[in-house]
Design a protein around this ligand. Structure first.
Ligand code: ADP
Ligand code: MG
Length: 237
């Protein structure tokens, strides 16, 4: 689904964090929000998923204005750096949780959980608890839980930050594979330019609450609009 931020601003008290941001995420694309720590990436994601109210501006999911729609009614899938799995529940129950709180019949819950477990390659882990999984496996479970309701958009906030270098490489391509297989619209928040370039269709580069440039990785690399963009991208991967 296409996501549109129109003249989006967000302040905390007197502090303006985002000012007049307009950003379109196209249906089915994976877009990176790339920028240094503190530039407002997470604040933007929180506004899209409805955890934060916007100070001004509008948010559209397709043609629907969701600016004042509560978070639980937006059907957004989120994966954060800390996976926040429920430690006392099995993998299957973790994934089923978003379905059960919406009173889906049990036979249908089981079918959906098995289908999504197949997609993220954790079929053999459904009976385990989170403490019995590796970091990469826990992240696959978090992805499965985020995707099980077939959300309008998948929001990933620095999802690879807690993984070691080898797993990070593996999960980069796995997340991209899953995004392409499902065709879901996705936003990846990261401060890692190589991650953004290797995983995403387009990159929106941010600094101090503003989008400086939006382009495909190739275009941005070939034609950085400002010295900040060129400096931030550094050397090609
Ligand atoms: P990023 O994800 O790019 O690292 P954030 O969106 O988390 O950046 O934060 C952007 C700015 O907004 C920072 O200066 C941060 O201190 C401030 N900020 C974020 N959340 C809050 C909050 N709840 N209250 C006050 N200031 C906040
Ligand atoms: Mg952040």
């Amino acid at each position: 689904m296409r996501i549109l931020l129109e003249h989006f601003s967000k302040s905390f008290g007197a502090v303006k964090v985002i000012e007049d941001m307009t950003l379109e995420i196209k249906d089915g694309e994976m877009l990176a929000l790339l920028g240094p720590s503190g530039c407002g990436k997470s604040t933007t994601l929180f506004a899209i998923c409805g955890i934060h109210r916007v100070t001004s501006g509008r948010i559209l999911f397709g043609d629907r204005d969701v600016t004042n729609v509560p978070s639980q009614e937006r059907n957004v899938g989120v994966v954060f750096q800390s996976y926040a799995l429920y430690p006392h529940m099995t993998v299957a129950d973790n994934i089923a949780f978003p379905l059960r709180i919406r009173k889906m019949p049990e036979a249908e819950v089981k079918r959906q959980v098995e289908e999504i477990a197949g997609l993220v390659h954790i079929e053999g882990l459904l009976g385990r608890r989170p403490a019995e999984l590796s970091g990469g496996q826990q992240q696959r479970v978090a992805l499965a839980r985020a995707l099980v309701r077939r959300p309008n958009v998948l929001l990933l906030d620095e999802p690879l930050a807690n993984l070691d270098a080898k797993l990070r490489l593996e999960m980069r391509s796995e997340i991209r594979r899953i995004q392409l297989e499902t065709g879901i619209t996705a936003i990846l928040v990261t401060h890692d330019q190589v991650e953004a370039m290797s995983m995403c269709d387009r990159i929106a580069i941010m600094n101090a609450g503003e989008i400086i440039q939006i382009a495909t990785p190739q275009e941005m690399y070939r034609n950085p609009r400002t010295a900040f963009v060129a400096g931030f991208l550094g050397n090609p991967p």
